[in-house]
Design a protein around this ligand. Structure first.
Ligand code: NAD
Length: 418
């Protein structure tokens, strides 16, 4: 099978090299920016329910700590590998720096299919993983969080194991925890909410209003983006999930759509014509069609590389908000950017999640928790500031938002490394 992680790593590193050269950095400094500071790769045994002992491979990659402790999720997936973890850790260094957070980048993972494990097996595995990484994480060293197939419950197991090992409480060592274990209000919605904050900031720079939006992906990111955008007055005309999408020209209600998706298993069957449908005026569309709709704002919020050389010429939206990680290939980004499409890069657009993780960390360290309104206000202030700086750079240097984001991130990291 093709190693997507290797491609992702090459692409992240080539962007850093390109940006480093543009900024006039010397080769040794560029090398320090692309090479991870530490790579932990280990194999660890876990007892299965049937008594069998199975060996699992795990990673924790600590990319750069110039700005602060390493920060990044832990992924449970069959395709986890060294290159993918390193690429994601590298991009976390960039994202945290873009967002103005006092963190470096890290990422972890275990090669496994969580669907093949019982809940008890998953708990034992999560605890064993922490036994392996406990010596080199900590609230001022490396702060893990959930990622693909890991969640607040898994963070609670991991924190519990970590605290047993160190013999004291340390809630700020993990973020993305359940509220009752020191999680932050507003974390669940934060990535989607952050995307809408960035979109509003962009529209106010462009002095534009009233926009139709299509959102690909209706999971944590896509759903909250659609919901908060609709609440803020945008017309969400299309959404989709892995089984297809739906187009409602007059605008749909994301909350009703979620209820319907939960009943029917997909948004695709939610709006249709005829007596079998609950809601009218909608039509089913494919995920490919959704991307090519003549909407003002396109929001890919599901998978990587969905806009690529095959469909880039058919994209009609004038604004793209990259809510998924890497939804546009480099080639598609360059092509659409050349055509004048404004593309807010993932490292800025979806940084609301890590920003509220940072707010959770701050609350955990001070032992004082904010209301949801306070968290949301801090998120807004933080992202508006991050956006304004990158917008300003992209305008003054006449470069893309992505280039401006990478330059900003690298300048900050280098200033802290010197
Ligand atoms: P999720 O698992 O909650 O949702 C993913 C959604 O994508 C689901 O609706 C799923 O049906 C849909 N999907 C899967 N395959 C698809 C396909 N082939 N076509 C269309 N839709 C498809 O995941 P999420 O947390 O919403 O993350 C989505 C993206 O955002 C990922 O790239 C993730 O890395 C990125 N991201 C997430 C966060 C976060 O806080 N959750 C933060 C930053 C970036």
């Amino acid at each position: 099978m093709e190693n997507q992680g290797k491609k992702m790593l090459e692409s992240a590193q080539s962007l850093i090299i390109k940006t480093g050269k543009k900024l006039g950095l010397d080769n040794q400094l560029i090398k320090r920016l692309i090479e991870p500071e530490m790579v932990h790769e280990f194999n660890f045994p876990v007892k299965m329910d049937n008594g069998e002992i199975k060996l699992f491979k795990g990673f924790r990659i600590q990319h750069n700590s110039a700005l602060g402790p390493y920060k990044g999720g832990i992924r449970f997936h069959p395709q986890v590998n060294r290159e993918e973890s390193q690429a994601l850790a590298t991009l976390m260094s960039i994202k945290c720096s873009v967002a103005g957070l006092p963190y470096g980048g890290g990422k972890g993972g275990v090669v496994l299919n969580p669907k093949e494990l019982s809940e008890d097996e998953l708990e034992r595995l999560s605890r064993k993983y922490v036994d392996q990484i406990a010596a080199f994480i900590g609230e001022n060293i490396d702060v893990p969080a959930p990622d693909v197939n890991t969640n607040p419950k898994i963070m609670a197991w991991m924190l519990d194991e970590y605290e047993k090992i160190i013999g004291r409480k340390s809630p700020a060592t993990f973020t993305g925890k359940p509220i009752e274990k020191g999680g932050s209000l507003g974390r669940t919605e934060a990535t989607g909410r952050g995307g809408v904050i960035i979109l509003n900031a962009l529209l106010s720079k462009l002095r534009k209003k009233s926009h139709s939006i299509a959102v690909q992906g209706f999971g944590n990111v896509g759903y909250y983006f659609a919901k908060i955008a609709a609440e803020s007055g945008f017309k969400v005309v299309a959404v989709s999930d892995s089984r297809g999408g739906v187009l409602v020209k007059d605008g749909l209600d994301p909350q009703t759509t979620l209820k319907c998706k939960n009943e029917k298993g997909s948004v695709a069957g939610c709006y249709c014509r005829g007596s079998v449908c609950d809601l009218s005026f909608g039509q089913p569309i494919s995920n490919e069609e959704l991307l090519e709709l003549p909407v003002d704002v396109l929001v890919p919020a599901a998978l990587e590389n969905v806009i690529n050389e095959k469909n880039m010429k058919k994209i009609k939206a004038k604004i793209i908000i990259e809510m998924a990680n890497g939804p546009l290939t480099e080639e598609a980004y360059e092509y659409l950017n050349e055509k004048g499409v404004i593309i807010v890069p993932d490292v800025l657009a979806n940084s609301g999640g890590v920003t509220v993780s940072y707010l959770e960390w701050v609350q955990g360290k001070q032992g004082y928790w904010w209301t949801e309104e306070e968290v949301n206000q801090r998120l807004k202030d933080s992202l508006e500031k991050a956006f304004a700086g990158i917008w300003q750079k992209s305008q003054s240097k006449k470069i893309s938002l992505k280039q401006a984001a990478f330059e900003t991130a690298i300048e900050r990291i280098v200033a802290a490394m010197r």
